[in-house]
Design a protein around this ligand. Structure first.
Ligand code: BGP
Length: 470
């Protein structure tokens, strides 16, 4: 099964790339926008705040023209809740509505499919002050926001993503700056999974609403999925990998697709007295919401072994690294893999494995909503960025998508992270991912001029040949 005749990428494959509002737009309190959790969080030392980012809010036309030059068939971006509803609920900010209308129309001008993420790490601060996702009303808050988006943009947006990386919000919320736990909470794990439950119910209702209001649109979740390997063939390590797979990955997709809690996760929560409260009718709601496809972010795999007593549960973890969970699994390095400059393992073959596993579990078409390499890029004096390392990373990963297509997995598109340089979740602008370089540093805003990296020209060729010339 390793060397086989390759199937081509589908004719209408959605080549593109992704961004998120709080990391790219800037203008974070302009034109009526309210603050989100990202605007009030403690900024990690030595990294930029989110007030300007790369000023996409004012320069989106130039940016979309550059994406069109690369030949993008799709642009995945998120809508900032607080631009539409500065307080999260209540009055609508017309300037916010207008901004995304313009952004969507600009994409369509170039025949670029707008793929909208409804929620990307940016809870309105006003709602955090009312208990955030701990408050059961958060379900209605989100559904109301969804309805406004469907009403205003549903005539043009065909692809919707509900919640970006709900699994990371639950597992590493403090690193991303999103977790708000009500004062006096004694069982933080339980509270976190209560929030998670509310997000799941909100997501399911939003998927149902989308199907009612926009029968031709497609909607799906966008978790961060990393296939988890066992450190060795020792049976106990294999069980640990199953545990970690369940907690990190399958809980979210089992819920989105089947509306049922993964049994291993439920057993783990029971053991810690951390099961969420489930109201009458919740199970029916969860089963009624069905995704049309699975969006997922992939950066690398994880490797784990049997838990031992040394584990301090997930101290220092981020989206792609974990030391483990006491009594459940222990995170270990994979000696077969190299790492990025920022310490994330690189595993293109694991991408194929992840896609194969997801398809055999869920049998839904899949859209890659993120994948990419964070690196220290350098602008040369003559305005070039020689990011061959990024080309290598993307080339190897795209080749694995084609192998997965050849395995008969159904793939809708590939939208790596990120279309343009932007601010990382917790490592500043220095950790760059874009095809387009932006001239600014951590604290010096520079000219904010745009430059085409080497990967820009390479990706243009990939899209032009529909993936035939990598
Ligand atoms: C994902 C997030 C993105 C993004 C990316 C890269 O987890 O959905 O918002 O930033 O990872 O992560 P980082 O910025 O931490 O390098």
């Amino acid at each position: 099964m390793l060397h086989k005749k390759l199937k081509p990428f589908p004719k209408d494959f959605l080549w593109g790339a992704s961004t998120s509002a709080y990391q790219v737009e800037g203008a974070n309190l302009s034109d009526g926008k309210g603050p989100s959790c990202q605007d009030v969080k403690e900024i990690p030392e030595g990294t930029s705040d989110l007030s300007v980012c790369v000023d996409h809010y004012h320069r989106y036309k130039e940016d979309i023209a550059l994406m069109a030059e690369m030949g993008f068939k799709a642009y995945r971006f998120s809508i900032a809740w607080t631009r539409i509803l500065p307080n999260g609920t209540g009055e609508i900010n017309q300037q916010g509505i207008d901004f995304y209308n313009d952004l969507i129309n600009e994409c369509l001008k170039y025949n670029m499919e707008p793929i909208v993420t409804m929620f990307h790490f940016d809870m309105p601060d006003a709602l955090d002050k009312q208990g955030s996702w701990s408050n059961r009303d958060s379900v209605d808050w989100f559904v109301n926001f969804a309805k406004i988006m469907f009403e205003n943009y549903g005539d043009r947006v065909k692809y919707w993503l509900t919640i970006n990386e709900q699994n990371m919000l639950t597992l590493v919320g403090p690193v991303i700056g999103t977790l708000r736990i009500p004062e006096g909470t004694t069982n933080i794990l339980k509270e976190t999974y209560q929030q998670n439950h509310h997000m799941l119910v909100a997501q399911s209702k939003a998927m149902q609403l989308c199907h009612e209001m926009l029968p031709n649109a497609k909607i799906g979740p966008a978790p961060n999925i990393s296939l988890v390997y066992a450190a060795t063939s020792k049976p106990e390590d294999v069980l640990a990998a199953q545990n970690c797979n369940a907690i990190r990955n399958w809980l979210y997709l089992d819920m989105a697709v089947y509306g049922k809690y993964n049994n291993l996760v439920w057993a783990y929560l029971e053991e810690h007295d951390a099961c969420p409260e489930i109201l009458d009718g919740d199970n029916e709601i969860l089963e009624a919401g069905k995704p049309d496809f699975i969006g997922f972010n992939y950066y690398n795999t994880m490797t784990v072994g049997e838990a031992d007593d040394s584990i301090v549960s997930d101290a220092g973890a981020d989206q792609q690294s974990s030391n483990g969970v006491a009594g459940v699994y222990k995170g270990v390095a994979n000696p077969n893999l190299g790492k990025t400059e920022f310490g994330w393992e690189i595993d293109p073959v694991g991408f194929r494995g992840t896609i194969r596993e997801m398809y055999s579990r869920y049998r839904l078409p899949m859209l890659v909503t993120e994948n990419g390499l964070g690196a220290y890029d350098k602008l040369t004096e003559d305005g070039k960025v020689h990011d061959q390392y990024r080309i290598n990373y993307l080339r190897e990963h795209i080749a694995q998508v084609q192998l997965a297509i050849s395995d008969d997995c159904e793939m809708l598109g590939y939208c790596p992270w990120s279309a343009i340089d932007l601010i990382s979740t917790h490592e500043g602008i220095r950790k760059r991912y874009g095809f387009i370089y932006v001239d600014r540093d951590e604290f010096d805003l520079g000219t904010l001029n745009r430059y085409r990296k080497d990967s820009f020209f390479w990706y243009k060729k990939v899209i032009e040949t529909n993936g035939a010339d990598l």
